[in-house]
Design a binder for this molecule. Structure first.
Ligand SMILES: *Cc1c(COP(=O)(O)O)cnc(C)c1O
Length: 421
């Protein structure tokens, strides 16, 4: 292989000696590629975040819920949260026990809530009306409540999930009403939780929000746990040496807050975090093949087979993903140029990377789209009746295994009912 532009994967030893051009040939493109060693390391980073003894990391599975992926997370001793019956189902398939699953629901039907009650998982509700609904379905049941501490954070308005402008959580001023409903249905409050938003690269907002959450928790003696939420960011601009989140500094600040809270609360209860992206983003990338290179008026476009049905983050959140270049031939890129990398979906918003300066790209090159493991495959769709891609895993010993088959055309017919014509 001709390594045209491979700085990040070289630094990470991402391919563990495998050749991405060969992987693309063998498994086809586009394909999600996972590195097991990096995934395990990310799990361990967060398990070791603090010294506080009753600290639990719940992996937030909406970021990536592929079965083999969840199995590895389980084997690292993490627990999980779930946002839907489908996630509860997948997590049970991956081996998580009901007590290891925390269902954080939002505007769900009585039927969905019943599914979670029957599954035996702990349920968090985030409105007075959903609390009332749980009371009606399962009087006397355990419940957790998601509060909105009034502090939000995140990389894009769409992922700020607390503060004054979002749909999530119960405002602390409704605590008297919460107490009334708990009493009315004899519900037992076992935990409180929050999630302020996604992708913070400094810890101030998180630390400020847990202080508010702990003040709320102190009004409820006898809790089993407090869940501080996720949102731990990763550096998407690694090629420019963007610094990672300083876990050491953040861990120290959090640790101090946890011990102090436990002392004031009078008990070392379980304190949890629920990171999704931090665990899943960096262990995965997409291999995609360049199918066309062209000039359109003043712009140069590189067209590849990774449309937004495969990776939705750029069109959904204007997200940045680093791009690398691997080549089968010995041809050299003589110059750097500014290109816009696009996919194969019939929409002009189908842009993967805008105005990037990269070594010249040729038709047939394999592109690596970095840090694609969080909100990547889980947001993939069949838009344009395109097939969802395969997923492969590079094991710690360098072996490569298929963990999800590429869809076939017949999959597009599943659940459809033709008319008798
Ligand atoms: C999405 C989500 C998370 C995970 O967020 P990340 O930014 O991926 O860490 C955690 N908790 C809740 C309630 C969520 O909705």
């Amino acid at each position: 292989m001709n390594k045209v532009y491979t700085k990040v994967t070289d630094q990470l030893h991402f391919f563990e000696g495998n050749d991405p051009v060969e992987l693309a040939k063998e498994y086809g493109t586009p394909v999600y590629v996972y590195n097991e060693r990096i995934l395990r390391q990310r799990c361990r980073d967060l398990k070791q975040l603090v010294t506080y003894p009753k600290f639990v990391v719940d992996y937030s599975a909406k970021a990536n819920s592929s079965l083999a992926f969840l199995q590895i997370v389980k084997s690292e001793g993490l627990e999980v949260d779930a946002m839907s019956p489908g996630e509860i189902f997948m997590e049970r398939q991956a081996g998580f026990a009901p007590e290891e699953i925390f269902y954080i629901c939002n505007n769900v039907s009585a039927q969905e809530m019943q599914y979670a009650v029957d599954a035996g998982v702990v349920i968090s509700v985030d409105s007075l009306s959903q609390l009332e609904q749980l009371g009606q379905i399962a009087p006397g049941h355990e419940v957790a409540i998601r509060f909105n501490p009034g502090v939000g954070a995140g990389h894009h308005e769409k992922v700020v999930t607390a503060g004054k402008k979002t749909k999530f959580g119960i405002e602390p001023k409704y605590i008297p009403q919460v107490r009334e409903i708990l009493k009315k249905y004899d519900l037992k409050l076992v935990g409180i939780n929050q999630h302020i938003g996604s992708l913070f690269m400094t810890g101030e907002a998180f630390v400020a929000s847990i202080a508010v959450l702990f003040e709320i928790a102190k009004q409820f003696p006898g809790l089993r746990f407090v869940d501080m939420g996720g949102g731990f960011g990763i550096p998407y601009k690694k090629e420019f040496d963007e610094a990672p989140l300083d876990l050491k500094e953040l861990g120290t600040a959090i640790d101090k807050a946890l011990y102090q809270f436990a002392q004031e609360y009078g008990e070392q209860i379980t304190l949890r975090i629920e990171p999704g992206r931090y665990i899943s983003a960096e262990c995965s990338m997409i291999l995609s093949q360049v199918q066309a290179v062209k000039h359109n008026h003043d712009k140069k476009f590189v067209g590849c087979d990774c449309g937004f049905n495969v990776l939705q983050r750029p069109i959904m959140y204007d997200s940045y993903h680093g791009v690398e270049i691997y080549r089968a031939s010995e041809a050299l890129s003589e110059k750097k140029e500014i290109v816009t990398i696009v996919g194969n979906i019939c929409e002009s918003g189908d842009i993967l990377a805008k105005d990037r300066e990269l070594p010249e790209i040729f038709k047939g090159d394999i592109l690596g789209i970095l840090d694609a493991g969080a909100y990547g495959f889980t947001m993939a769709s069949n838009y344009n009746n395109r097939l969802r891609p395969a997923e492969i895993l590079i094991r710690e010993n360098g072996d490569v295994v298929l963990i999800r088959e590429r869809e076939v055309l017949e999959d597009l017919l599943r659940h459809q009912i033709a008319l008798d014509m």
